[in-house]
Design a protein around this ligand. Structure first.
Ligand SMILES: [Zn+2]
Length: 232
């Protein structure tokens, strides 16, 4: 699971390496901010160092936005990046394969003749893989929150990330599984809390905060990353 540092509404992915001796900062082609750090670097040290670089970061991000690379549409070509649970994988197109889309743990492999229906194939894949992962994840949060849904479902929900019905069924958008786990966790806890308090009352946010003290940071990160989600 990736480590994230949030400073003034900007989320930085921390990549640690045994071979690194100094700190580095990059903005990748999707506008993601990455801190390269020695394995042993303290989080406070990273925070202080990044604070001094914020002007540079904002300039870089402005540049990215102006050329429109931040939320570039997916290209169905070999080498394209596809995220699952916040981790990036590569897409590979092949001529022959038993199914239209497969995942081998490293690559998403798409049969070339199914290219036109790529969104459908990925939706199906995320729905299956996501539902399996989600079932276990929700159980963990059920224990921490004391709230249990009647059942959970994964499907297309348009621009909503999730919903909590009067029937106590929690429904999650399949597109959610492209995002980092900590943001999916926010959506899970948010919906579980709706089992207790159906509307967004002050009491709702209070009980949410008791379970997830940094919910506000996660909520704004989710809003910030929404533009980078494919097929949305
Ligand atoms: Zn809500």
């Amino acid at each position: 699971m990736s480590e994230t540092l949030v400073i003034h509404d900007l989320a930085f992915e921390v990549r640690r390496s045994q071979r690194r001796a100094t700190l580095g900062l990059t903005v990748d082609r999707f506008g993601e901010l990455v801190i390269h750090a020695p394995a042993v670097a303290q989080i406070e040290e990273l925070r202080n160092w990044v604070e001094k670089k914020l002007l540079w970061v904002h300039q870089k991000l402005l540049l990215k936005d102006s050329v429109g690379t931040k939320s570039k549409p997916l290209e169905v070509v070999s080498g394209e990046t596809i995220s699952y649970l916040g981790r990036n994988y590569r897409l590979k197109l092949v001529e022959k394969q038993a199914q239209p889309l497969m995942f081998d743990g490293d690559w998403f492999i798409l049969r070339r003749r199914d290219q036109a229906a790529v969104a459908q194939h990925f939706q199906k894949w995320y729905e299956q893989a996501g539902a399996e992962w989600l079932a276990k994840r929700v159980i963990g949060w059920q224990r921490k929150t004391g709230k249990a849904p009647a059942s959970i479902a994964v499907s297309a929900l348009g621009f909503r990330w999730a919903s909590c019905g009067r029937d106590r069924i929690l429904r999650f958008n399949w597109q959610l599984f492209q995002l980092p786990v900590r943001l999916i966790d926010y959506v899970i806890v948010h919906e579980l809390m709706h089992l207790k308090e159906h509307n967004h009352t002050p009491e709702f946010w209070r009980v949410l905060e008791a379970v997830m003290p940094d919910w506000q940071t996660r909520k704004s990160e989710l809003a910030g990353l929404a533009a980078n989600v494919n097929w949305r």
